[in-house]
Design a protein around this ligand. Structure first.
Ligand code: TXA
Ligand code: MG
Length: 341
């Protein structure tokens, strides 16, 4: 299949919306990462998303809407807590898991009776959803297991020829995927950390928010049928968190500890590897600017692969606020390969 390339003019977005209406797949920019969109209410179209990405079908999709009112079409019980979070963070990089109405196909929810919903702030994403006239199911627009795409180039590198079209917009400003919060229990629970942090959520709600305990565990990795997976006693509530994700082609090692010791250990390892003829790439971030680390992280992994790196040595960020969210991705990229110095 030939992948059509659209710009961000109104006519282009209209044509892309036609493709969504007709059950096709369109990749599009959002403020977090690029998404691969299909009509969320059309099971056949959603099935094509799993196929194009090579994604396990028990991993549910996020459904994107363009107005807060659209939430009532997808769920019946809108609680006061949901309203508070919508008011504080929508449109924006927050996804809420809520009870699903029967209209939402089970292929979209990965067989669950809950649905993840988000209203993106990116104007191109909002226009595409609005012109399509349907909610859009969209996972990140990468091949399953690869780093999430933060530019149109990344999407084309993975999916050219596998999808109907792409809208080429700007690079993504946030750079890591939305915060996913489960709203179905008594206490809201963060299933995937993002740029919107636990303390921001607690503040908006005026009460405590939990973090899914699976997020702070280091799981055992096992190989099943060619796919690297976390072992079966690791049970995160968000099905997508159990696969090895975001992996660069290179081996990756995270160095954690006091700044100067980390730098010395990395320099030593770099030298050792280089002597063996390996190509070594270094990723270093500033603890004082975790937002920049979030914006750059996936692009940095892809750049290391393009440079033909055999091994990536990366410094750990302090694990609080946005740093915690970046480290959630970094641990998975490295398959939990950590050196404490
Ligand atoms: O920023 C984002 O959220 C991007 C852009 C495109 O909007 N989308 C994205 O989608 O990251 P995806 O499919 O790569 O990740 C969706 C995550 C997965 O971890 C999935 O398991 C979880 O959300 N999820 C979706 N529906 C769920 C549900 N009903 N219950 C629990 N977790 C759910
Ligand atoms: Mg993804």
């Amino acid at each position: 299949m030939e992948t059509r390339i659209f710009g961000t003019s109104e006519e282009d977005i209209e044509q892309a919306a036609e493709i969504i209406k007709n059950g096709g797949l369109v990749a599009f920019p959002t403020e977090t990462v690029y998404g691969l969109g299909a009509d969320a209410l059309n099971p056949e179209a959603v099935g094509k998303v799993y196929a194009a990405k090579g994604r396990p079908s028990d991993n549910p999709m996020i459904v994107h809407i363009s107005s807060k009112d659209d939430l009532t079409k997808l769920t019946c019980g809108i609680t006061d807590d949901m309203k508070l979070l919508m008011d504080a963070f929508w449109p924006g990089p927050l996804t809420m898991v809520v009870p699903a109405r029967a209209i939402v196909p089970r292929v979209t929810t990965g067989g669950l009776d809950t649905v993840a919903v988000r209203m993106p702030s990116d104007p191109v994403a909002a226009a595409l959803i609005e012109k399509s006239g349907v909610p859009i199911a969209a996972p990140s627009a990468n091949l399953s297991g690869r780093p999430s795409p933060t530019s149109a180039r990344h999407v084309m590198d993975d999916l050219d020829g596998r999808i109907d079209a792409i809208i080429e917009g700007d690079n993504c400003k946030v750079g890591i995927e939305s915060t996913v919060v489960d709203m179905t229990g008594e206490i809201p629970s963060i299933l995937r950390p993002g740029i919107i942090t636990k303390s921001q959520l607690s503040k908006a709600l005026g009460k405590n928010v939990e973090i899914d305990p699976a997020l702070t565990q280091k799981p055992e990795m096992v190989k099943t049928g060619g796919l690297l997976e976390t072992s079966s006693d690791f049970r995160p509530k968000s099905p997508g968190m159990k696969y090895k994700h975001y992996a660069p082609k290179a081996e990756m090692i995270i160095y954690r500890g006091e700044r100067q010791k980390v730098a010395a250990a990395m320099a030593e390892e770099k030298l050792r590897r280089a002597e063996q003829g390996q190509k070594v790439e270094i990723i270093m971030y500033d603890d004082n600017d975790p937002e920049k680390a979030a914006r750059d992280f996936f692009a940095n992994l892809r750049a290391c692969d393009k440079a033909g790196a055999d091994v990536i040595l990366a410094t750990a960020l302090k694990e609080d606020g946005v740093g915690f969210s970046v480290m959630n991705r970094m641990f998975k990229s490295a398959g939990y390969n950590i050196v404490d110095v």
